[in-house]
Unconditional design. Structure first.
Length: 145
C-alpha cells in the first residue's frame, strides 16, 4: 500500500476529475455546519493529536458524517515509533506539542463499536528526517443497532 500526502491527493483528484470535498473542521466540535454525508473520510496524522479521553467524540463524528458502508482511513503514529524519545504514550515534540502514540489494539478497541475494521496494520511512512512506523486502519461504517 502506498501513501501520499493530501496535496498530492488534491492534485490527483483534479487531474482525474474525481469529485471530492475537502473539509477542514473541528473534529471534536458538534460539526453542525457540515451538511450532507460522505462516502469516504481520510485522516492522515490527525489522531495522534487527539488524546484518549476525546477520541470517542471524534469517532462518533466521523461515523455520523459517513454514508452507510462509507469507508474511513486513519493513519497515526504507532507506539512502535522511536520518534521524540520513543518512550511512553505521550511524547513532546521539538515544537512543544504533545502527541499520543497508539497501539493497534487501542485502535481496534476505539473503532470497533462504530466501524468494521477491514485492515489494521503498522506501516512505514516517510518523515522529514526518517521514516516512521504508523498505525493504519481502513474500515467501513457499521449501522447502529
Amino acid at each position: 500500500m502506498k501513501y501520499i500526502e493530501i496535496d498530492e491527493i488534491y492534485q490527483k483528484t483534479t487531474e482525474k476529475a474525481v469529485e471530492c470535498t475537502f473539509l477542514a473542521a473541528d473534529v471534536l466540535g458538534d460539526l453542525e455546519n457540515v451538511t450532507g454525508t460522505f462516502d469516504f473520510a481520510y485522516d492522515w496524522g490527525l489522531l495522534h493529536h487527539i488524546f484518549p479521553e476525546q477520541r470517542q467524540r471524534h469517532v462518533a463524528n466521523v461515523h455520523r458524517l459517513l454514508n452507510p458502508k462509507g469507508k474511513y482511513l486513519s493513519l497515526c503514529f504507532s507506539e512502535r515509533d522511536l520518534a521524540f524519545g520513543g518512550v511512553g504514550k505521550y511524547r513532546r515534540t521539538p515544537l512543544g506539542t504533545v502527541l499520543y502514540f497508539s497501539s493497534e489494539g487501542e485502535l481496534r478497541a476505539l473503532f470497533d463499536s462504530n466501524f468494521r475494521i477491514l485492515d489494521l496494520r503498522t506501516v512505514e511512512v516517510p518523515g522529514k528526517s526518517a521514516s516512521h512506523p504508523a498505525s493504519c486502519c481502513f474500515m467501513e461504517r457499521k449501522e447502529p443497532l
